[in-house]
Design a protein. Structure first.
Length: 255
């Protein structure tokens, strides 16, 4: 049965993973000297733009069967999808993410996560709820369903892939190690979806130049979204309460 996720074999070689990790780490050290605020810094989960490295990653993936494994597992045709490459960086001392799905349930996408170092419970391995992609739920329905008891924490090896549906409920976990933990986030969006159009527009800007960091969903330019991040980090019970209220009002807001 398709549980919504699967660990697969090697997608990137160790030498490249080590090299890219070092470049991201060096970029983060430079970022720390800057005074610019980036959303995600409070919670410790940053989005990273890989610039010209994205084209190299696409080339390396084309030389493996990893993308075809996604197609086989989820029974999709790769020609119907747009491939976008990003990266999430889990910082030392990060906080537990709220449980969520990635995007609109009705516009399912498929994700290949590749860690640049071994991902363990210590440095923030992802938690996933098997089969949770099979039914659309509000946050309140998620709580009442009791499916959280089936949660699994998935450790993965450097360069090896984890494929998953965007509709699987999951969360990032705290990085209790002393080094950052980057994870490539490679997404297949349906060509006819709004997400695909947004990704194409983003990639036209972000697949050029150097590695850099950018806002995650909290948006540093929005006071209300910055406030939401602080509430999520320092008052998680209040954050959960607001999600319950949204559910009662008929919202399927994933945040």
């Amino acid at each position: 049965m398709n549980t919504g996720y699967k660990l697969i074999g090697k997608c990137l070689e160790k030498d490249y993973c080590d090299s890219l990790f070092q470049k991201i780490n060096d970029t983060y050290l430079e970022y720390q000297k800057d005074t610019i605020t980036i959303a995600g810094g409070v919670s410790g989960h940053l989005n990273c733009v890989l610039g010209e490295e994205s084209l190299l990653i696409k080339k390396y993936l084309s030389e493996t069967t990893c993308l075809q494994e996604i197609a086989n597992f989820f029974k999709i045709n790769l020609e119907d999808y747009y491939l976008s490459i990003g990266c999430n960086v889990n910082l030392p001392g990060s906080k537990l993410q709220h449980i969520h799905i990635d995007g609109d349930f009705n516009e399912e996408s498929f994700i290949l996560n590749i860690p640049l170092i071994d991902t363990t419970k210590l440095n923030g391995a992802i938690k996933i709820i098997p089969d949770s992609h099979l039914e659309q739920r509000t946050y309140l329905q998620y709580l009442l369903s009791g499916i959280s008891r089936f949660t699994q924490q998935i450790e993965s090896k450097q360069g090896h892939g984890l494929i998953r549906s965007s509709n699987v409920w999951h969360r990032g976990t705290p990085n209790q190690s002393s080094q950052l933990r980057p994870m490539l986030n490679i997404v297949l969006y349906r060509l006819d979806s709004s997400y695909s159009k947004d990704a194409m527009e983003d990639d036209s800007k972000h697949m050029k130049g150097k590695i850099r960091f950018r806002d995650n969903w909290y948006l540093a330019s929005s006071f209300s979204r910055r406030l939401q991040e602080y509430i999520y980090v320092y008052f998680p019970a209040l954050h959960s309460f607001t999600r319950i209220i949204k559910s009662l009002l008929g919202s399927r807001d994933i945040l």
